[in-house]
Structure formats: structure tokens, C-alpha cells
Design a binder for this molecule. Structure first.
Ligand SMILES: C[S@@+](CC[C@H](N)C(=O)[O-])C[C@H]1O[C@@H](n2cnc3c(N)ncnc32)[C@H](O)[C@@H]1O
Length: 197
């Protein structure tokens, strides 16, 4: 089993749900639609996995390195009355060996900033996508950390770890993707969607 990416521990639910009051709206804004098969890469405690499973009617795979996160995500989807096709306890870089089929969409939310070998991660994602499949990345904006306050405290990764959209696009496009859209996810995030070439 690989190592956890630096600065990617799961945020506490109190401020996370205050920051993201409409998780399903965020997923739709990223172009995820019913009928797609989606991989939630680094799913954490399932905050986005459960609404994702609802949106695409269970055609979801969810992966995390931390087994306790998988257990929390599993409980959250059950609580919301939805299901996931397969829970994958593995390193994100090894995802190809664990998926029984190619997927239409890979979502990576709030994790890419910490990936040490980003080209390797992009190759892994590319290898599990169907032709013209989409890769959606949600990142913290490059605001100073002291300006991204939620419930009275600065939140998110250190300022210097945050990636501007242009730098993200350069690294993902180098891995055989083309930028499709970059959207605002107020107050402190943006989402970039790439299509596999
Ligand atoms: C900041 S959380 C984000 C969770 C979720 N995507 C969200 O936005 O609510 C990052 C997650 O990545 C997982 N993670 C860190 N390193 C990983 C790795 N090498 N492979 C797979 N998952 C990893 C952590 O266990 C954690 O659950």
C-alpha cells in the first residue's frame, strides 16, 4: 500500500458542510450527469460520494487509502439510502488494478494539491477513463490561507501548496488531456474539467 499524499487529511464535517452546503450542485456544475459511471478518487468520508451516488444512480466507484474513511463513506451512503458499485481501499496511483471497467468521469476533490508525483497520478487516471472521458479536479483557490476562513478559522492547505488553474491545466494537459472548462465554486474553490484525448 502506498503513502498518504501530504496535506490531504479529511476536514471535520462541521466546517466542511458549512463550506459546501450544496454538494450535489457542485457535482452538476462539474458536468457530472445521470447515465455516467464515475470514480470518486480519494473519496474521504463520503461527503461528495453519497450525493454523487444519488446523481448517477449508483454507478459510482469510490477509492481511498484510509480504511476508516471508506468505512465512514460506506455508512454515509447507507444513511442516505444510496449505494456504490465497489469500495476500493487502495493507493490512488494503483487504481487501474482495482476497477472492473473504464469510467466516464474521474472526480478528484480537494486532494490534487498534495500529490507529489502529479504526472504519475494523471497517467493512472487516464488509464481508467473511457474514450473522451472526463477528469474533474476541485482545488482550493490560490488565496492566502488566512483569507479562507470558515466558521471563524483559516482553512485548507498552506498557501504555497495551492495551484492556480493555469498551472493545473499545464500539468494535466501534458498527460494527454484537453481543458474543457474552469468554473468558480464560491467562496474558495474552483473546478477544472479535462477531456481525455
Ligand atoms: C482532503 S480529503 C478529501 C476527501 C473528499 N474528496 C472531499 O473532497 O470531501 C483527501 C482524502 O485523500 C485520501 N488520500 C490521501 N492520500 C491518498 C492516496 N495516496 N491514495 C488514495 N487516497 C489518498 C485521504 O485518506 C483523504 O480521505
Amino acid at each position: 500500500m502506498g503513502e498518504a499524499f501530504p496535506a490531504t487529511s479529511m476536514p471535520d464535517r462541521d466546517w466542511w458542510s458549512a463550506l459546501w452546503p450544496d454538494p450535489q450542485g457542485m457535482l452538476q456544475a462539474l458536468g457530472i450527469m445521470p447515465g455516467m459511471t464515475v470514480l470518486d478518487l480519494c473519496c474521504g468520508d463520503g461527503y461528495f460520494t453519497a450525493p454523487l451516488a444519488k446523481l448517477v444512480e449508483g454507478k459510482v466507484y469510490a477509492l481511498d487509502l484510509d480504511e476508516s474513511m471508506i468505512e465512514m463513506a460506506r455508512a454515509e451512503t447507507a444513511r442516505q439510502g444510496v449505494s456504490v458499485q465497489k469500495w476500493i481501499h487502495a493507493d490512488a496511483l494503483d487504481v487501474a488494478g482495482h476497477l472492473p471497467e473504464k469510467v466516464d468521469y474521474v472526480l478528484m476533490a480537494n486532494t490534487f494539491h498534495g500529490v507529489p508525483d502529479q504526472p504519475a497520478l494523471i497517467r493512472a487516471v487516464r488509464s481508467v477513463l473511457a474514450p473522451k472521458g472526463l477528469f474533474g479536479i476541485v482545488n482550493w483557490k490560490t488565496l492566502p490561507r488566512e483569507e479562507t476562513m470558515v466558521l471563524g478559522q483559516p482553512r485548507g492547505p498552506r498557501s504555497e501548496m495551492r495551484m492556480p488553474p493555469a498551472r493545473l491545466a499545464a500539468v494535466v494537459e501534458a498527460g494527454d488531456f484537453i481543458s474543457q472548462a474552469t468554473i468558480e465554486l464560491p467562496p474558495y474553490h474552483y473546478g477544472s474539467v479535462f477531456r481525455a484525448l
